[in-house]
Design a protein around this ligand. Structure first.
Ligand code: KIV
Length: 292
């Protein structure tokens, strides 16, 4: 796929500006399930994005960009996603929409912005979509959230579900361990996924579960499943971009590192620091000469 960025030279960084193109749509994502069920079509590719430049770089390769509330830990150094606010999600969501032209942008509803009632969820979701231009919201939870998923979906707000390990519930779950190791918990997670799919979710993220659970869900719901620590049999995959790029020393077991960004940053900054200290930077190439 070719990129269609134009360079806006009016800014000092000459940021590429996304040229208007037809974005992938939520219905197109949902409809991918039919082909995938027949063993046709490609799995959906989703990564998290929180900033304009990362969105620009990832957009050509992704079907969906998720403005995840994991930005609480990745960008802000918070201990969990619990303190993340609507204002944080709105600011980063708008940046990601500005930096993308092809992918469907999905934005996480932060903890406390949707659980109280479907009405509260509608107000929060409408705010996020108005402020950012994102196409859809994601919320965590299963059976208990199904009426909210239906309420939003019936009012024109596409919802992506999220079941299994739901990080916003870390205080109730007691940690980030894989879910569904007992039959009772496995049955509950499968019931949760079926409930949000039946309520109108256009796709469901399955996080951190025993693989057989992810397969059972994928085989039994009529919308795409997107796995993270789930199974290659899911209809798509998602990872936190900074995890797969190798920015962190410690990542969950389900992360595969495709790069060593931490090493690259460390090496580059070490080289810069040495050149500053020995006065070999800047060189003539980086300083201004008087006009002739
Ligand atoms: O917030 C996030 O990044 C997520 C993904 C891990 C699915 O919800």
């Amino acid at each position: 796929m070719s990129t269609t960025f134009t360079i806006d030279t009016a800014t000092s960084r000459a940021n590429p500006v996304a040229a208007p193109m037809k974005r992938l749509t939520v219905p197109a994502v949902r409809q991918r399930k039919a082909a995938l069920t027949k063993g046709q079509g490609e799995p959906l590719v989703m990564l998290t994005a929180y900033t304009v430049r990362m969105a620009q770089l990832m957009d050509p390769h992704c079907d969906l960009l998720l403005v995840g509330d994991s930005l609480g830990q990745v960008i802000y150094g918070l201990p969990s996603t619990v303190p993340v606010t609507l204002a944080m999600m709105a600011a980063h969501g708008a940046a990601v929409v500005r930096g993308s032209y092809h992918a469907v942008v999905v934005i996480d509803m932060p903890f406390g912005s949707y659980e109280a009632s479907p009405q509260q969820a509608f107000e929060s979701a409408a705010y996020l979509l108005k402020e950012t231009g994102a196409a859809a919201v994601k919320l965590e939870g299963g059976v208990a959230m199904a009426p909210t998923v239906a309420f939003l979906s019936e009012r024109g707000i596409p919802v992506m579900g999220h079941v299994g390990l739901t990080p916003q519930a870390v205080n109730a779950l007691g940690g980030y361990g894989a879910r569904g190791r007992s039959q009772e918990e496995a049955d509950k997670i499968i019931g949760d996924a079926r409930a949000v799919a039946a309520a109108g979710a256009f796709a469901v993220v399955i996080e951190g579960v025993v693989e057989t659970i992810a397969i059972a869900i994928t085989d039994s719901i009529d919308v795409p499943t997107i796995g993270i620590g789930a199974s290659a049999r899911c209809d798509g995959q998602v990872l936190v971009a900074e995890d797969m790029l190798g920015l962190f020393e410690r990542v969950p077991r389900f992360v595969k590192r495709y790069a060593d960004m931490a090493g690259f940053v460390g090496d580059s900054v070490r080289a810069y620091a040495a050149e500053v200290r020995e006065r070999s930077f800047p060189t003539a190439d980086q300083v201004y000469a008087p006009r002739d």
